[in-house]
Ligand binder design. Structure first.
Ligand code: ADP
Ligand code: MG
Length: 252
């Protein structure tokens, strides 16, 4: 629970503060604490990657940013505005997009209907249609299957739909939890190329990746989470070259 008074942020002011910041965040579910006193800062325009063993709390950290987990103490800020405990819907509206680890498409709906769901926070109904069309230009593979039921898609196609659906709102920051998990190797490279491309176009990315080497190799900044605590922080390259990180977390 936050005791902070919300402040108004002016997106046009570059005050040198991180775009997304967790300060001293302790969070979990109900009366279970999963992450402890976590500090994470993501600068505008960068790719940040969170790695760590299974069960270390990576998904919970992401959920604590977005209002899917309970923040017991500490603060979450976006554009220097306190957003601790803000609802997922309000976060989406504010330009934050999140593809959950167990993201799912609506199997009974077509690809296009799924895309429209990505824009459910728009007040203007045509906007989601327009954005879907723009995204089909960007992802022709998706445009080709726009009338197919999402339940009939391959794993790679489904992941592409999940990513594209999260882009309907034109997010300033995109949070991706294990976007490459379960994909065949040829799709994994495509997913990472997409992430890089999105970032080149200005989207800030916070990524959780179980393929730690791959994740850190595209990241400007990396964080290692273990037992719910941040153990190491550095540039992607620093973490990749760190002897201890390598031994403990990169299987080196
Ligand atoms: N909804 C939940 N309620 C209670 N405990 C949970 C819930 N989700 C995850 N946990 C617990 O939180 C811990 C961290 O899980 P998670 O954040 O999913 O780790 P990671 O993403 O690093 O694998 C695990 O012990 C898990 O059992
Ligand atoms: Mg997880």
């Amino acid at each position: 629970m936050s005791t902070n008074t919300p402040t108004t942020a002016d997106a046009t002011v570059d005050d040198g503060e991180p775009l997304l910041q967790l300060q001293d965040v302790t969070a979990g579910y109900g009366n279970t604490t999963v992450i402890h006193d976590v500090d994470v800062a993501v600068e505008e325009g960068e790719i940040a990657c969170l790695i760590g063993p299974n069960g270390s709390g990576k998904s919970t950290l992401m959920k604590s940013i977005y209002g899917f987990a309970d923040v017991f103490s500490g603060d979450v800020r976006f554009r220097n505005e306190f957003i601790t405990g803000r609802s997922p819907q309000d976060n989406l509206r504010a330009g934050m997009s999140y593809v959950l680890q167990d993201a799912s498409v609506f199997p009974g709906m077509t690809v296009h209907e799924n895309m429209l769901m990505g824009g459910f926070v728009f007040e203007d109904e045509d906007r989601a249609n327009e954005r879907a069309e723009e995204l089909y230009d960007e992802f022709p593979l998706l445009g080709d299957i726009r009338d197919q039921r999402a339940g009939s898609l391959s794993g790679g196609q489904r992941r592409l739909l999940e990513l594209a659906r999260a882009l309907v709102v034109e997010p300033d920051v995109m949070m991706l939890d294990e976007p490459s998990i379960g994909l065949e190797p040829r799709y994994i490279d495509q997913v990472f190329d997409r992430i890089q491309q999105l970032n080149d176009l200005g989207t800030t990315i916070l990524l959780v990746e179980q393929n730690a080497e791959k994740g850190l190799s595209v990241a400007d900044r990396g964080f290692v989470l273990a037992s719910g605590e941040i153990k190491f922080t550095g540039t992607g390259t620093e973490l990749l070259n760190d002897e201890e990180v390598g031994r403990l977390y990169l299987g080196g």
